[in-house]
Design a binder for this molecule. Structure first.
Ligand code: AMP
Length: 405
């Protein structure tokens, strides 16, 4: 039987999973990637092997009964049945928030799980879904090692000043500070910079993770020194459905004048804003690009997204004291040449010179000339989780950080 790791990224109605070997090579090797969508609705499962060939494509009825637990058990059964069987040695989970305690991947114990549950108020729309599969696996397979890998961890080494809000001391000490997210993506990009150009790994780099969630991160010699997301994953750039940075006064206006309850206000800012809110059409960049010529609101949403990237980029260049390179990654960053072109034209002030032909063909380098460079580098958050899980498994089971916020 092949020893494998299962990597999970659970959302409210979806479950992304990947299977990695734990063979002799240092780097875990990806075998399969799967996606359950429409859980508690009309679930659909698709699994692809490493060549991209679909090996499972199934529907699971539409009565709303099939949820996360059924999906996880189905995946476990599929793995057991698959080609002579996989020996599942551990599960690695993407967990959005590790608070101030968890600055690296950690083996999940009862105390760790309890501490991660206490962080739910800091990431109410993501953390509960991330934790649910952990609970299910603990109940169903209590001896199976589980490892939590955090989106916040990569930013833990930022300078103190970059993490502070100008709030009363007690709030800061109580954990109200900038954490930053998308850390698994940034850690992966930092780990491969030297393969593209050794100067990138040694330089001042801004990474633009532009997907349905979006943020920028300033890297100095591969370490995070500032990022656009803060206390929650709502901060910074406008996103598919999230508003990004907001005057806090707007929240009081929503509560007091618009008479929204906190849950309604939260839902509006997380799920009805961003590209979707401004365009009134879609949160999906592909759709917006398709209709932008005839739908001024789609054009306006794209323009705001690009404008905000430019403004935040300027802020991170200031934090770094200059810039040597800009990296585009995630769904929009990797695939939307038009967004890259618009961002780079807007950043000509910093010396970027767009190479149209290279950009149209996806790079990897999309600039020319003597100024700072820009690159397209595909991210791989799941590989970072597999690496982190493997590293925890090979550590002795002693050091357990005391849970706190
Ligand atoms: P992610 O969250 O990283 O999966 O990214 C999702 C976003 O990437 C959505 O806004 C998609 O519309 C966008 N996206 C994916 N493929 C393309 C593409 N070929 N062109 C433009 N946008 C894309």
């Amino acid at each position: 039987m092949t020893p494998v790791l299962l990597v999970l990224n659970a959302g409210s109605s979806s479950l992304k999973f990947q299977v990695f070997t734990l063979g002799d090579s240092e780097e875990p090797q990806r075998l399969f990637r799967g996606l359950f969508e429409g859980l508690r609705g009309a679930p659909h499962l698709r699994i692809r092997d490493r060549t991209g060939t679909t090996v499972a494509d199934e529907d699971f009825g539409s009565d709303g009964a099939f949820g996360h637990e059924d999906a996880l058990l189905h995946v476990a059964a599929w793995m057991r049945a698959h080609s002579g069987g996989f020996d599942l040695v551990a599960v690695g989970h993407r967990i959005v928030h590790g608070g101030m305690t968890y600055c690296e991947p950690v083996r999940v114990t009862a105390e760790v799980l309890e501490a991660l549950e206490r962080l739910v108020p800091l990431a109410p729309l993501h953390q509960p879904h991330n934790l649910e599969p952990i609970r299910i696996f603990r109940r169903r397979f209590p001896d199976l090692p589980q490892v939590a890998c955090f989106d916040t961890a990569f930013h833990a080494g930022q300078p103190e000043i970059a993490r502070l809000f100008a709030l009363p001391h007690a709030m800061i000490e109580g954990g109200v500070r900038r954490y930053g997210f998308h850390g698994l993506s940034y850690a992966y990009i930092a780990s491969v910079l030297a393969e593209y150009d050794p100067a990138l790994a040694a330089g001042r780099v801004v990474v633009a993770h532009l997907g349905n969630g979006a943020s920028l991160c300033a890297l100095n010699r591969g370490a995070s020194v500032a990022t656009t997301m803060g206390f929650s994953a709502l901060d910074g750039l406008p996103m598919g459905t999230r508003c990004g940075s907001l005057d806090a006064g707007i929240v009081f206006y929503m509560l007091r004048e618009m008479k929204l309850g906190p849950a309604e206000a939260e839902r509006m800012l997380y799920t009805q804003s961003g590209l979707l809110g401004v365009s009134g059409i879609s949160n999906d960049m592909r759709t917006l690009r398709r209709v932008a010529a005839r739908e001024p609101d789609a054009r306006r949403a794209i323009d705001l997204f690009v404008y905000r990237i430019g403004r935040e980029l300027g802020s991170l260049v200031a934090a770094l004291g200059g810039i040597d390179a800009l990296i585009f990654t995630a769904g929009i960053g990797e695939n939307d040449a038009a967004t890259r072109a618009e961002v780079l034209r807007g950043a000509a002030w910093a010396g970027f010179e767009l190479d149209d032909a290279a950009n149209a063909s996806g790079g990897p380098r999309v600039t020319r000339g003597p100024g700072p460079t820009a690159w397209v580098i595909p991210t791989d958050e799941e590989l970072m989780i597999a690496r982190g899980t493997r590293a925890v498994l090979s550590r002795p089971r002693s050091s357990r950080p005391q849970p706190a916020l």
